[in-house]
Design a protein around this ligand. Sequence first.
Ligand code: GLC
Length: 602
Amino acid sequence: MKYLKILIIILFITNTSCDYENPNQIAESEISNRVDEILNLMTLEEKVGQMTQIDQRFLDTIADLSTYHIGSLLSGGGSHPEINEPQAWLDMYNKYQNEALKSRLQIPLVYGIDAVHGHNNVYGATIFPHNIGLGATNNPDIVFKVSEITSKEVAATGIDWTFSPCLSSPEDYRWGRTYEGFSSDPALVANLGSAAVSGYQSVENMNGKKVIACAKHFVGDGNTEFGTGMNGLVDRGNTILTIEELKEKLLPKYQEAIDADVQTIMASYNSWNGVKCHGSKELLTDILKDEMGFQGFVISDWEGIDQVSGDYKSDIDVAINAGIDMVMVSGESQPYKKFIRLLKENVEEGLIPMSRIDDAVSRILKVKIRNGLMDNPLVSNENLNLIGSTEHRAVGRQAVRESVVVLKNENIFPLSKDLETLVVAGKGADNLGMQCGGWSIDWQGGQGEITIGTTILDGIKKTVSESTEIIYSEDGSDIVPNSDNIAVVVIGEDPYTEWFGDKENLDLSEDDINLISDLKENGFKVAILLISGRPLNVADHIDQWDAFAAIWLPGTEGDGVSDILFGDFSSTGRLSFPWPINTEEGSNADKDNLLFEIGYGL
Ligand code: GLC
């Protein structure tokens, strides 16, 4: 009897001790065991295939997915199915996934996309303010909500992974990617970036697989020296910082993303002290994986390994040994079969040790298992109705409201809803493409009705009373003075993405300046709304303006702007970048040379 009692006690202890352990820990040990089992079955070809990511446009044949055991596909900017609508995206995803599952070990693809301000490649999806606008909200809750909704719309199309959030803390506004940063202040970026990671990764679609986030671009993408970038400008240039400065300034925001359990990190095109990030073992392995404890996998940027050193074979050797785990080969400039062949050769010739390959593949498999993809690769169309839904757009409208920064107001705002006449002018007033900016439907965005949404003008029309006559004129021609003589003028930048937006000079366009002058000469009071991806040179003109608000790149829900214009909501937006008199001086401009300080807003 005594021994029976001892046995029962032992069974009880061993059993309960399991319950006390953190369920995730059990999950992690199970995941590791499962990964080891799969890894031991894999051939070198299968391991190399797992490390290969191709843009779906450049597949020679869909059968290559199983033939070459491809681990990942992406849709780069504008890489749509034949018809750009949600069902077609889902069908495309399932078509590729079914092919990948024909491979010997049936390891599913992980499919990535730049859903950086909503599921922005997909027609009809909710498109939110770009990060510069979300930075102006200074509100991690709305950033979480926006990211969560983005993931719901991404997951509805089956896609597993968004290359977001961008954790840039841009200093030089001449950089075309300034708007992808929440702020020039790394601390604000850390706060909002970790909220975005949590928001993106909080969503399970109806099949129990989660959406994976990607903190990018590691590291120093927004801190390059002017003149060292592409075409002698900024993008992909050289960031000069001591290791101490790097650790103090640029690593904490990545540490917060890692602590928020970000599953992937993308290497940056720029160099650090003359060394390409994609080829820096110090950055990608010693610092990111060993010191900072990053357990997920490192993805390269688009063809990001191609400029690391010498010929393509040595690019691969240097980048993989540096700590890149998956290569966004793309397949556009270099054939993916060439990448696969050269990676295999590097291993067979001992240039890349099998231990490095096994580490990379283990990291990739862990992410696929941890997020449910391994067990739930295919997706039904139950959630397609979520895409661009009324409730999602309502959150978009709230984010727009909170991103508007009022910088001048000579008793103009709030506008009356009962004016007899209201003039609305400017190229941004009725232009959905302009208010969405880059990364919208197509890589470089577009003009006009690029998707479903509400323009600034639509929002104004929905808000004013029946009796108000709205006079709209894009270029302000044939506008005559009227009893109210108030004009809302929406000016700013045409869409751009990446180096297409690099500019030496940040002046307003002549057309915008002349339009406003003409209205002033006709006795109008002017309320200026600036659509832009960065602070622009307004100092020489602002005295002529009666009211001025920065609305950044608000996305599809333009009625959030009229919520502020007519006072239905008070403006809470605050600058997340300092605004110099000469904005080419960027965030490090001398305090005496600032028009508005960071944190300013009426
Ligand atoms: C681009 C960008 C990166 C994006 C990737 C895939 O070049 O640098 O932010 O995620 O390619 O589109």
